[in-house]
Design a protein around this ligand. Structure first.
Ligand code: C5P
Length: 223
């Protein structure tokens, strides 16, 4: 496949979302927020009261849940789940936890593979997730594994939540982040690990625009 793909994988809070979107904007490429697909299935499971311990039911749900992205000028796109705007619900900790549990089910992951690959369209794609470089786009021309220390990721999340008026402690966030990392790294299907040919970028203490520059500098000159 000659259509260029830049994969950006890494743990939650590494700045992946912000950086991938910024890079896609600069390049004028399409953008895949793969976490939103898992979150959408998690949210749909809540709406339909699907048993989170029933892998077959969750796979069927993943197969039939329709997720679409609606671009909004100057803002993040809205995410529609079965036609309903679920953007705010998708961002909650509950949706993240449901996504993380559901993402460990092989049938759910399989149901989403082709849908993710369909985002690969001209002039190019920036794909943000956990297994973009390893499983979904193994032939991507450029692969980044973006990290930041758990402390820094907890700090960022803390700031976001406090700004939103959510009451949390830094300590509880740090513990949640460490637990989620361990779950994502140890699961048997699509564990969070860098592709062999990924470039490791550590964003701890680095301003966003510098990380964006660094990622852009990894793209082949010919693009
Ligand atoms: O990136 P985000 O925080 O939105 O992802 C939510 C959850 O979905 C993650 O904790 C992870 O378990 C799962 N996920 C995944 N594979 C992806 C993207 C997300 O397993 N490509």
């Amino acid at each position: 496949n000659a259509i260029p793909v830049l994969t950006i994988d890494g743990p939650s809070g590494s700045g992946k979302g912000t950086i991938s979107r910024a890079v896609a904007r600069v390049l004028g490429w399409h953008f895949l927020d793969s976490g939103a697909l898992y979150r959408a299935v998690g949210v749909a499971a809540g709406w339909e009261d699907t048993d989170l311990s029933d892998p077959d039911a969750l796979q069927r749900l993943a197969e039939r849940t329709v997720v679409s992205f609606k671009d909004v000028p100057e803002s993040e796109p809205r995410v529609l789940v079965d036609g309903a705007d679920a953007t705010d619900e998708l961002r909650t900790e509950t949706a993240g936890a449901a996504a993380s549990a559901i993402a460990a089910i092989p049938g759910v992951r399989a149901a989403l593979v082709e849908r993710q690959r369909a985002f690969r369209q001209l002039p190019g794609l920036v794909a943000d997730g956990r297994d973009m470089g390893t499983i979904i786009f193994p032939d991507a021309q450029t692969k980044v594994f973006l990290t930041a220390s758990a402390e820094e990721r907890a700090q960022r999340r803390y700031k976001q939540l406090i700004e939103k008026g959510v009451e949390v402690t830094l300590d509880s966030l740090l513990r949640e982040i460490i637990a989620r990392d361990a779950r994502d790294a140890q699961r048997p299907v699509a564990p969070l690990k860098p592709a062999d040919d990924a470039v490791l970028v550590d964003s701890s203490g680095v301003p966003i625009d510098q990380v964006v520059e660094q990622v852009l500098s990894l793209l082949p000159e010919s693009l």
